[in-house]
Design a protein around this ligand. Structure first.
Ligand SMILES: [Zn+2]
Length: 506
């Protein structure tokens, strides 16, 4: 039987619906485990060699600027990713099993569950205790998790390079994603240089004040404790969160449920994930936003982020082909999620929909600016490092030193070599995040130009966001979208401007 493009689209859609429904049911506590292997088996056609051959041929034979080529690129990237996922499924399962059973041994004899230890490190207010816990964690990771992960990346590289799309892993990524990886790496290096002085200033001040240590001694464990700071949490209460955010979406002239297509799953249920997540079971008709409100700044951020994803999927054009509704450049959906979670950086939004109150807003903004710059610099460094990890110019043995040097220099927190293969987002998800960050800032500036500073409560802004942005699914690449809506290229410049203005606000 010859597979047609139409059949592949139809079965691909059904396959994604089945996977997403399974993840929704298990994540929301309605099923004990997600049984994904059975779904892979049922849709073997979708990930067959025949399917890969067909889309690879379409990709090669279609004119570079055509809609067919765009579709074929997205479908080929999907085929490549899905193959990697399927072939690494067993390794991933081994890793998950390890994570749920591993115990870190502290010097004084205590045993702490691996899954618990990062939280304990972040919560340890006594620094000696924090460093003891971190040493136990790093020792365990270096011995048991790092070798598993190193094997995983080696195999991923082999699988991708065997797909016969481009010579190397990095060239294959650039060809399939449409992201110019070498130039993004250069932008990251320039961003780190351009924000160095601003970072040095705020870093020394915050570390001395909040941790009371010599900034030169700060480690990544200290960073975890610093970011955990609960000082503002009382002003982000759990009870009114959902209602206030829905009110804001209504003020913006949109519907937080997208006429019922977004289903809020907010009830308490045993086995339900404590972290909010979005499961697009049918795009755009049936999108779940699973939530278990517990309050605090990070809960608001996660809820807003997942709501951005949910409204994006639920407002995608129903008549678009499978690949534009389900697949494509994830920088797009991540930028919409970030557009929503970055409302926490708008003083007007904070004043109106939280209990922070005007006098606390400047202090909050400066703290948020510190956090934002720390995460941006960390992600820029991650991408620079991951480019070397996948590039193959360094031996596996020499990568931990490269990791420590790159991440420590960018963040000013000392990183541990144990994490060189653990603190890595497979398949360059860091590139998606960085471009999403850039796009979010471009869209944010464009919304201010069109609808003023308080665009988030301008009844014309919501319909514009839904019709101009969300409806397009992920048909476009992030830089194409920036050109279309703001006539400007994607860059770090608007992010630097936004961060600067947050840091001077106290
Ligand atoms: Zn996201």
């Amino acid at each position: 039987m010859t597979l047609s493009l139409e059949t592949l689209r139809r079965e691909g859609d059904e396959f994604h619906q089945a996977i997403s429904r399974e993840l929704y049911l298990s994540g929301s506590g309605q099923k004990k485990t997600a049984e994904l292997q059975a779904i892979y088996a049922r849709f073997a056609n979708v990930l067959s060699d025949e399917a890969l051959d067909m889309v690879r041929e379409l990709f090669r034979d279609s004119p570079a600027d055509s809609e067919e080529h765009r579709s074929a690129r997205i479908l080929l990237e999907w085929q490549a990713d899905a193959r990697v996922s399927r072939e690494l499924a067993e390794l991933d399962e081994r890793e998950i099993a390890w994570e749920s059973s591993a115990i870190a041994r502290v010097d004084d004899g205590r045993g702490i569950q691996y899954q618990q230890i990062a939280i304990e490190i972040a919560n340890a207010s006594d620094r000696d205790e924090r460093l003891r816990l971190e040493k136990a964690r790093a020792t365990l990771v270096a011995k048991e998790l790092a070798p598993l992960r190193q094997e995983r990346f080696q195999r991923e590289k082999d699988i991708v390079e065997g797909l016969d799309i481009a010579g190397s892993y990095n060239d294959t990524f650039t060809a399939l994603s449409g992201v110019n990886l070498p130039s993004l790496v250069d932008e990251c290096k320039a961003f780190l240089r351009d924000t160095q002085a601003m970072w040095d200033d705020v870093f020394a001040e915050v570390v001395r004040r909040d941790l009371d240590i010599d900034p030169r001694e700060a480690t990544r464990a200290d960073a975890l404790a610093l970011m955990r700071a609960p000082a503002f949490d009382p002003y982000f209460p759990s009870k009114p969160m959902e209602e206030e955010v829905r009110r804001q979406v209504t003020d913006m002239g949109a519907d937080a449920t997208a006429k019922g297509r977004v289903i809020f799953d907010t009830g308490e249920r045993e086995g339900k994930s404590s972290r909010a997540f979005c499961a697009p079971v049918r795009v755009p008709q049936e999108v779940y936003l699973v939530l278990r409100p517990h309050g605090g700044q990070s809960d608001y951020r996660t809820f807003l982020h997942e709501l951005g994803h949910a409204l994006h999927f639920a407002n995608t054009r129903a008549d678009y082909p499978f690949e534009y509704r389900w697949l494509g450049d994830n920088s797009i959906t991540e930028s919409y999620a970030m557009l929503f979670d970055h409302m926490l950086h708008l003083p007007g939004w904070l004043a109106r929909y939280t209990e922070l109150g005007a006098p606390r807003i400047p202090g909050f903004m400066r703290a948020a600016g510190f956090e934002e710059l720390q995460f941006l610099r960390r992600y820029a460094a991650k991408l620079i490092y991951e480019h070397q990890l996948y590039g193959g110019d360094h031996s596996w043995e020499s990568l931990p030193d490269v990791y420590v040097e790159t991440l420590s220099a960018a963040t000013s927190f000392r990183y541990d070599s144990a994490d060189a293969f653990v603190d890595v987002d497979p398949r360059y998800y860091a590139a998606r995040y960085l471009r999403a960050w850039q796009l979010q800032a471009v869209i944010g500036e464009a919304l201010v130009e069109r609808f003023d500073e308080d665009w988030f409560r301008n009844p014309r802004a919501g319909p514009y966001i839904l019709d101009t942005l969300f409806a397009e699914g992920q048909r476009e690449l992030a830089h194409e979208l920036a050109e279309r809506v703001a006539s400007r290229p994607l860059s770090f410049a608007p992010l630097v401007r936004a961060t600067e203005s947050m840091l001077v606000s106290a």
